[in-house]
Write a protein that binds this ligand. Sequence first.
Ligand SMILES: *[C@@H]1O[C@H](CO)[C@@H](O)[C@H](O)[C@H]1NC(C)=O
Ligand SMILES: *[C@@H]1O[C@H](CO)[C@@H](O)[C@H](O)[C@H]1NC(C)=O
Ligand SMILES: *[C@@H]1O[C@H](CO)[C@@H](O)[C@H](O)[C@H]1NC(C)=O
Ligand SMILES: *[C@@H]1O[C@H](CO)[C@@H](O)[C@H](O)[C@H]1NC(C)=O
Ligand SMILES: *[C@@H]1O[C@H](CO)[C@@H](O)[C@H](O)[C@H]1NC(C)=O
Ligand SMILES: *[C@@H]1O[C@H](CO)[C@@H](O)[C@H](O)[C@H]1NC(C)=O
Ligand SMILES: *[C@@H]1O[C@H](CO)[C@@H](O)[C@H](O)[C@H]1NC(C)=O
Ligand SMILES: *[C@@H]1O[C@H](CO)[C@@H](O)[C@H](O)[C@H]1NC(C)=O
Ligand SMILES: *[C@@H]1O[C@H](CO)[C@@H](O)[C@H](O)[C@H]1NC(C)=O
Ligand SMILES: *[C@@H]1O[C@H](CO)[C@@H](O)[C@H](O)[C@H]1NC(C)=O
Ligand SMILES: *[C@@H]1O[C@H](CO)[C@@H](O)[C@H](O)[C@H]1NC(C)=O
Ligand SMILES: *[C@@H]1O[C@H](CO)[C@@H](O)[C@H](O)[C@H]1NC(C)=O
Length: 509
Amino acid sequence: MLQMSRGDKFLMSSPKQPPKLGATLLLLALLLLCDGVTTVHCSTVHENNVDLHALLDFKRGITNDPYRALSNWSNNTHFCRWNGVNCTTARPFRVSSLNLTDLYLQGQIASSLGNLTFLTQLDLSNNRFFGTLPTLNRLQQLEFLYLNNNNLVGTIPDMFSNCSSLSDLDLSRNLLEGVIPPTLGILSNLTYIDFRSNQLVGTIPDELGRLPRLRSLMLGENRLSGEFPHGILNLSTSLQYLSLEYNMLGKALPRNIGDHLPNLIVIYLGGNMFDGHIPASLGNASGLEFVDLSNNNFTGKIPTSFGKLLNLTILLLERNQLEARDNRDWEFLNALGNCRSLNELILSRNQLQGSIPRSIGNLSPSLEILYLFGNNLSGQVPHSIGKLGALIYLVLGRNNLGGPIEGWIRNLKGLQVLNLQSNRFTGSIPSSIGKLSKLINLSLGENEFEGLIPWNFGNLQKLQYLNLSHNNLQGDIIEIGNLKNLAILDLQSNRFAGPIHPLLAILLS
Ligand SMILES: *[C@@H]1O[C@H](CO)[C@@H](O)[C@H](O)[C@H]1NC(C)=O
Ligand SMILES: *[C@@H]1O[C@H](CO)[C@@H](O)[C@H](O)[C@H]1NC(C)=O
Ligand SMILES: *[C@@H]1O[C@H](CO)[C@@H](O)[C@H](O)[C@H]1NC(C)=O
Ligand SMILES: *[C@@H]1O[C@H](CO)[C@@H](O)[C@H](O)[C@H]1NC(C)=O
Ligand SMILES: *[C@@H]1O[C@H](CO)[C@@H](O)[C@H](O)[C@H]1NC(C)=O
Ligand SMILES: *[C@@H]1O[C@H](CO)[C@@H](O)[C@H](O)[C@H]1NC(C)=O
Ligand SMILES: *[C@@H]1O[C@H](CO)[C@@H](O)[C@H](O)[C@H]1NC(C)=O
Ligand SMILES: *[C@@H]1O[C@H](CO)[C@@H](O)[C@H](O)[C@H]1NC(C)=O
Ligand SMILES: *[C@@H]1O[C@H](CO)[C@@H](O)[C@H](O)[C@H]1NC(C)=O
Ligand SMILES: *[C@@H]1O[C@H](CO)[C@@H](O)[C@H](O)[C@H]1NC(C)=O
Ligand SMILES: *[C@@H]1O[C@H](CO)[C@@H](O)[C@H](O)[C@H]1NC(C)=O
Ligand SMILES: *[C@@H]1O[C@H](CO)[C@@H](O)[C@H](O)[C@H]1NC(C)=O
């Protein structure tokens, strides 16, 4: 869902001036490492003992290598040809990148990697490294550091102060604790910081606002507290991706957030304790595509300015205290009609009242997910909702909606989930539902439906969950017996009669 640009450029480092190697050391290396070949033409010379030792030391730290990824890390061949290792293109052939991603490697990351002073890229992501972060503070050329998705513990030390070339720093999905070091604010080339899914605490340092190139700040799923970090409002030209979701951040958002961060594409603030109004200025960040403000304590109206976001794709506002009491409060829905890329709109569990406006039918024809669950909606569902022909999820449960559903249901042929549970819908279940052949989950319970189960219900061959409980349905339930994928069925509190299909008898037993 979230597309992140992680370091567009992975350049080989340009050849640098070689540090002077002791002649003795060089000779020793030549002698030791020529693969049994006795002539000076040997091309697999380990010209740099420091790097060799660092790599061998790193290898010793690895206790499990199920794919035998390091099996050709031996003295027989030059380390520049070892799996995952790349070197500078000119002598002295120092290690410029080490990439051992996705190999189920287990062990500690040896601090000897801190001796690979020509390293520009280090990617040990998606492994099972444990222990603390290695000391890398001499790697002045390091640009890309990916240690994400391991089991690393301890704090993020002030170890990067020397890594002035660092551009991408991904430590996400580990078990790191402690605070975010403010000293990161001096690494002026940082464009991507990803610490998501750790156990970091404390406030978000304002110093991060000094990183003129910072494009992505990803700090979601930690235990960060305090207010929205005002310092990052200084990142006005650079910041595009902001993820602070599922922390313990609170208070109101800065009113002018959208004016200060006009280039935002993603803003994820869900699962915090933010309160106050949703700033209308978000509508000025005109490139916004993904907005998650769900699971907070926002109050007041939903701003109509969301309608200025022509690329808006996902808008998640569920579980807040947002209100709509009259037509004016509902104007945001008309405005959202401008967002022709809108794919997912979730407004569940707020305090939206009154009828669903007819303008719901003017939402993007590519809308696939619409949740209005758990509000206080009343009246009939406007027929115009039938224009949303791309809908896959339509969830209107737990409201006070009423009237028959015949008029609008038949066009929604792509529906996989239809939840009308706990409303006041009346009339019969229309046979057009039997034509919604992609349905997997159909919840019509706790309404006032009456009459027979439609004759063509057996067509719903993908149906796995069916809830018709607490209605006034009658007749037989033979058709339901033909639903081969049904796993959960609730028919209680109706007026059904007649024979129970053998298959159903098993299901009900
Ligand atoms: C490789 O060479 C180094 C010396 O450069 C030595 O310390 C190490 O034991 C050797 N490793 C193997 C597996 O031969
Ligand atoms: C070591 O393994 C890697 C990956 O299989 C391979 O690309 C490389 O050529 C091997 N090196 C040698 C010296 O065999
Ligand atoms: C090493 O460099 C070559 C050429 O630039 C590149 O194709 C390869 O992917 C790199 N390998 C690693 C492990 O970075
Ligand atoms: C490491 O290699 C993988 C493919 O094996 C690649 O997707 C990834 O981008 C590389 N990492 C870096 C930092 O280049
Ligand atoms: C780094 O290299 C130096 C020699 O240049 C060596 O003395 C030291 O032990 C190495 N450090 C680690 C952590 O391997
Ligand atoms: C920074 O790197 C230089 C050169 O490698 C080193 O001498 C110095 O100790 C490093 N500083 C820190 C704070 O690690
Ligand atoms: C920062 O990045 C720019 C452009 O990629 C580069 O020219 C510059 O040398 C880098 N600065 C440092 C301190 O590495
Ligand atoms: C943000 O910019 C303002 C004005 O330029 C400056 O006073 C403030 O110190 C900056 N904040 C940070 C954290 O850089
Ligand atoms: C930002 O949005 C607000 C509210 O929608 C509006 O009043 C203001 O004029 C906008 N500012 C700019 C610079 O567009
Ligand atoms: C919307 O997305 C398109 C396609 O990615 C892009 O060209 C356009 O600049 C975006 N619009 C805004 C306002 O960012
Ligand atoms: C949400 O705000 C209300 C007052 O508007 C307050 O009573 C409640 O404790 C807040 N909830 C949280 C989780 O902050
Ligand atoms: C639901 O809305 C009705 C008006 O449509 C109102 O009378 C009632 O108090 C609301 N209920 C809640 C729980 O807000």
